[in-house]
Design a protein around this ligand. Structure first.
Ligand code: SF4
Ligand code: SF4
Length: 158
C-alpha cells in the first residue's frame, strides 16, 4: 500500500470506529448499556438466553416432568449431574415405573455448556437467570433439583 493509501486507510478506520462510538452515545438514552449493578438488583433483567444455573420446573401441584431417564446425566461431560432413581408401581397403570428420588446438580462443577438441557426429552430442566451464587461453603453448590414431595406429572413417559 502506498504512503497516501495508508493514511487514507488509517483515517477511514478511525472514522468507522468513532461512528460506532457516536451512534451508541446518541442512542444511549433509549436503553442504558451500562448496568448500575448492584444498585439495580431489584429491577435487573438478564437477557433471555443467559445461562445462570440449571433448575427443574415444578407446577402449582408440585409436579415436574422428569422421568429419571438419565439422558442429562449421560450428556454431561464432567459428571455434574447425578440421578438417584428407583422403580415403583404406577398408581394409574399398575405397572412398574422408574422415578427419581434425587436429581442432583453440582453447580460448582457446571460449565454452563447446556448439553443436559438440550438432551432432556421432556423439557424438565431449564436455565434460570440467577447469577448470584457466591457461597462460603462449597457444599451449598450441590443442589437437589426436584423439590421435596414432588412427583412426575401424569402422562409424561420416559
Ligand atoms: S450445563 Fe453442561 S456441565 Fe452443566 S450440568 Fe449441564 S451438561 Fe453438565
Ligand atoms: S431431567 Fe430430563 S433428561 Fe434428566 S433424567 Fe429428568 S427427564 Fe431425563
Amino acid at each position: 500500500m502506498s504512503y497516501f493509501g495508508e493514511i487514507y486507510h488509517g483515517i477511514k478506520t478511525l472514522l468507522t470506529g468513532m461512528g460506532v462510538t457516536g451512534r451508541y452515545f446518541l442512542t444511549s438514552g433509549k436503553g442504558a448499556i451500562t448496568q448500575q449493578y448492584p444498585d439495580n438488583r431489584d429491577t435487573l433483567q438478564m437477557f433471555d438466553r443467559f445461562r445462570g444455573e440449571v433448575v427443574m420446573l415444578h407446577d402449582e401441584n408440585n409436579e415436574h416432568s422428569c422421568t429419571g431417564c438419565q439422558k442429562c446425566e449421560l450428556a454431561c461431560p464432567n459428571g455434574s449431574i447425578e440421578i438417584i432413581w428407583d422403580r415403583g408401581v404406577d398408581a394409574e397403570t399398575g405397572k412398574k415405573k422408574k422415578f427419581i428420588e434425587k436429581h442432583i446438580y453440582h453447580y460448582g462443577m457446571c460449565t454452563q455448556c447446556g448439553l443436559c438441557v438440550d438432551a432432556c426429552p421432556s423439557n424438565a430442566i431449564v436455565w434460570a437467570q440467577n447469577f448470584e451464587n457466591s457461597v462460603y461453603d462449597r457444599a451449598e453448590l450441590t443442589r437437589v433439583l426436584n423439590k421435596p414431595g414432588s412427583k412426575v406429572r401424569a402422562g409424561v413417559e420416559e
